[in-house]
Design a protein. Sequence first.
Length: 189
Amino acid sequence: PYLEKTVEAVEEFKPDIIHIQHVSFLVWVADYIKSMFNIPFVVSVHGPDLNTALQDRRIRLLTKNSLRRASRIFPNSFDTKNRFYSIFGKVFKRKTRTVFPGVDIALYSKPASIFDIEKKYHLRGKRLVIYVGRLDKEKGIEYLIRAAKDISAEIFILGGGDYQKELERQVKELKLVNVHFLGYFDKDY
């Protein structure tokens, strides 16, 4: 289905380039598209996606063959780049450029006053631990939760994901009062 839908999208939109998110079977789809339509592709490597290649040698080999035809490969950190090289080889060094995740703050309204945030969440004078990101098992947030009883600070977890209910269950089971789930933290805080 991914291949079929991608071919339909390419025929309709006629893109100049395809940007693949994650080193996975989607790289194979992009490689096929390049063969059929002569459209180059680039690949962003996020980190957890590398685990799939470690699970099955066949996936690793197919992905490596397709990566050879990628125009560029963009790991999101030096650690991710090094893991990528350890799995797929330094043969890709020439086409690899590390691109760190970032935010264009000009796209957002003026940030809220720190005093307004302190007041809303009763933070004045408190020590804080803040996690911001996707709530998935691969992120290791359960270790922060298990350690929370020994942390003399308020722990705020911002974000959402498939693992959130399980994390909330762990907090309840451990009877933690210093762990708070805030969901997505938008510009209106």
